[in-house]
Design a protein around this ligand. Structure first.
Ligand SMILES: Nc1nc2c(ncn2[C@@H]2O[C@H](COP(=O)(O)OP(=O)(O)OP(=O)(O)O)[C@@H](O)[C@H]2O)c(=O)[nH]1
Ligand SMILES: [Mg+2]
Ligand SMILES: [Zn+2]
Length: 360
C-alpha cells in the first residue's frame, strides 16, 4: 500500500513546482486507491493513471511510467490501473470513485465511459444562442449519477449584453449546483475556479463544442496548453477542436481533464442521477395514488395536481418525463445486450452515497 505515512512504499518525490507531493499523488493518487492495493506487489504491477484516450490506445502514466496501452483495456481517462507489464490489456482497473458515462451515440447499444475518478465536473455553457437548458440538465443528471460534484460555468460574459436570463435559468435547475459566470479569456477566470482546484483532486471540463472548455484549461495553466478555435458565426456552435480526452497536471497537484464537445447526451443507467436532479418531482411522484401512474389523466396524480396549482411548470415536467422515459428505454436495451459488462461499469456506491449526503 502506498500512503504518505509509509516511507518504504513511497515512490520518488518530484520537485517540480516546489511541491512535496509524490509522483503518484501528482497524478491524483488517493487513499481510496491505495486501500485497494494492500498486499499487491507494486513492483510487479505498478499503479498508473490513464491520462489520454486515443483510437490507438490509452496513454498511462505512473512513477517513471509513460506508455501506450492498446485500446482493448476497458478503462477510460482518469482510471487507475495496476499495469501488467507482460500483458498490458490484462491490467487490473481499480474500483472507481466516480464515473461519468453516457449511452454511446449510434445504434451500438453500449455505454461510453467518459471520465473516471473526477472530483468536480465543470459543466460549461456559453451566454449565447447555443445555451440550452435541457442539455444542461442532461449533463447535470449524469454528473449526479456519476457521484461527481457539478458546477455550471457560464462563459462569454464579455460578449453578452445581459447575462441575467442565462444565470437565472442555470440557477433555477438545482440549489445544489453552483453557477459561475465568467469570461474564460480574462485574468480573473483562474481565480474564479481556484476554490475547486485542490491538490490531489481531479477536475473535468464537459460541454458542447465551442463553449470554452479548452480556453478555461489554458486559463488554469496560465499558458496555451490546449488548442482552441473560433466558433461558427451563424449558429454559435464550435468546430470540435479538441479531438480526444486528456489530462494535464497543475503544479499544485490538481489534475485537469479536457474533453471534446458532446452534443448528444443520451441517458443510460442514470435513474438515481435524474431522480436527484429533479428531486421535487421525484418526491411528488411518490404521492400519486397509483404506483405505476404515468402522470397523464390518472385520478389522484400528485404531479398533475401540482401542475394545476402552478407549483411546477409544464416545460420542466415534460423535460423530466422525457429524460425518465429515455433512461428506462436505454437502460433496458443495454441490459438486454448480450455480454453487458456490469462489473466493469460499476462505481463505488458508498462513494456516491457519501457525496449525496453532503450535497443535500
Ligand atoms: N470572448 C470570449 N471568447 C471565449 C470565451 N470562452 C471561449 N471563447 C472563445 O470561444 C472559442 C471556442 O473556445 P474553445 O476553448 O476552443 O472551446 P471548447 O469548448 O474547447 O470546444 P471543443 O474543443 O470544440 O469542444 C475560442 O475562440 C475561444 O477563444 C469567453 O469567455 N469570452
Ligand atoms: Mg476544446
Ligand atoms: Zn402521477
Amino acid at each position: 500500500m502506498i500512503r504518505r505515512d509509509d516511507p518504504q512504499a513511497q515512490p520518488s518525490k518530484t520537485d517540480q513546482g516546489g511541491s512535496d507531493l509524490t509522483a503518484l499523488e501528482k497524478l491524483g493518487w488517493q487513499d481510496f486507491f491505495a486501500d485497494q492495493v494492500v498486499g499487491v506487489d507494486l513492483e510487479e504491477t505498478p499503479p498508473a493513471r490513464v491520462v489520454e484516450a486515443h483510437r490507438s490506445g490509452l496513454r498511462v502514466q505512473g512513477d517513471g511510467i509513460d506508455e501506450l496501452v492498446p485500446p482493448k483495456l476497458a478503462a477510460t481517462v482518469g482510471d487507475w490501473i495496476l499495469l501488467n507489464r507482460v500483458l498490458p490489456t490484462s491490467s487490473r482497473v481499480l474500483e472507481r470513485k466516480s464515473l461519468f458515462k453516457r449511452r454511446a451515440p449510434g445504434h451500438d447499444r453500449s455505454l461510453q465511459l467518459i471520465a473516471a475518478n473526477t472530483d468536480t465536473s465543470f459543466i460549461v455553457s456559453s451566454c449565447n444562442p447555443d445555451f440550452n437548458l435541457a442539455r444542461l440538465e442532461r449533463y447535470l443528471a449524469l454528473a449526479f449519477e456519476a457521484g461527481v460534484a457539478p458546477v455550471v460555468l457560464l462563459t462569454k460574459l464579455d460578449l453578452c449584453e445581459d447575462p441575467t436570463p442565462y444565470v437565472e435559468q442555470a440557477e433555477a435547475i438545482s440549489d445544489r449546483v453552483p453557477v459561475v459566470l465568467l469570461n474564460a479569456k480574462s485574468d480573473s477566470a483562474k481565480a474564479q475556479l481556484a476554490p475547486w482546484c485542490k491538490p490531489g483532486e481531479t477536475l473535468v471540463f464537459l460541454g458542447s463544442s465551442g463553449v470554452g472548455k479548452s480556453t478555461l484549461v489554458n486559463a488554469l495553466f496560465g499558458k496555451d496548453t490546449a488548442e482552441t478555435a473560433e466558433i461558427r458565426e451563424d449558429d454559435a456552435r464550435g468546430r470540435h477542436t479538441t479531438r480526444h480526452r486528456h489530462m494535464r497536471f497543475l503544479p499544485n497537484g490538481c489534475a485537469v481533464m479536457d474533453t471534446p464537445g458532446m452534443r448528444e447526451l443520451q441517458m443510460a443507467e442514470a435513474e438515481s442521477g435524474i431522480a436527484d436532479l429533479f428531486d421535487d418531482l421525484t418526491e411528488l411522484a411518490t404521492q400519486c395514488k397509483f404506483r405505476n401512474c404515468k402522470h397523464e389523466s390518472e385520478p389522484g396524480c400528485a404531479l398533475t395536481a401540482a401542475l394545476a396549482r402552478g407549483e411546477i411548470t409544464q416545460a420542466r415536467f415534460e423535460r423530466w418525463n422525457k429524460l425518465t422515459e429515455e433512461e428506462r428505454y436505454n437502460t433496458a436495451s443495454l441490459s438486454e445486450r448480450k455480454g453487458s459488462d456490469k462489473v466493469q461499469h460499476k462505481t463505488s456506491r458508498p462513494a456516491q452515497k457519501r457525496y449525496r449526503k453532503t450535497r443535500r
